[in-house]
Design a protein around this ligand. Sequence first.
Ligand code: ADP
Ligand code: 5GP
Length: 224
Amino acid sequence: MSIVYIVSAPSGSGKSTLVNELFKVVKGLDFSISYTTRHSRGSEQNAKEYFFVTKKEFEAMIAADEFLEYAKVFEKDYYGTSKRFLREAEVRGNDLLLDIDVQGAAQIKKKIPDAVSIFILPPGREVLGWRLRNRGLDSEEVILRRLDTARREIENYSKYDYILVNERLEQSTDELKAVVLAERLLRSRKKLTVEESQIVEKARACRLDEARERVRPILESFDS
Ligand code: ADP
Ligand code: 5GP
């Protein structure tokens, strides 16, 4: 059985950057390329970051029951995870990573309770604003909407198994890698080596119960 990893984050937190880094250092992991009705941005290519489809095509896929989950994100565009990616990962004997929003994550957890969910937080509202502006992909209007949405998204952090604060990229990548490897190790039920036990410990430090103190000032930064 493939392990399904769900990664969610407010837009601009660095989730795509982190996930790209993860794929460089972890083997046996597939990325689920979502379908979306939004237009491509910057250098995005069809069938790489997303499958870009029309609303009509997306609604035909809903009618054909082709989605494991789908949602309207930012009350505007549809985004959905195709069932095909999970089937294909299973055939290959790989695990699968989904980069989806909080609505999608809740749907997957209901269908696949064993899925591992990871929430990535920016260090605070100000840093999130800088990252969105530096990325240079969105208009100021879109950035302000994303900052507003971020507050509401962050409130959902406690529904996730693991919480990562993406402050220093190298450290966050290391923590994300530890979570992926630790879940594999724990499910294998084998006796762990010293090195493997250290990986499991690193992942445990990122579990929700351990994260509440770290999250409080971040939440507060979105209130001011
Ligand atoms: P998301 O996928 O969450 O929307 P991106 O991966 O596009 O976010 O990152 C948003 C911006 O922040 C990008 O310009 C990226 O290079 C930058 N970034 C990502 N992680 C970090 C980090 N740890 N420190 C500083 N900048 C970062
Ligand atoms: P963006 O437009 O910045 O690429 O993504 C916007 C949001 O949509 C992100 O939070 C991203 O995780 C989410 N998203 C991407 N693909 C899917 C998907 O297939 N399903 C759901 N529910 N959300 C998705």
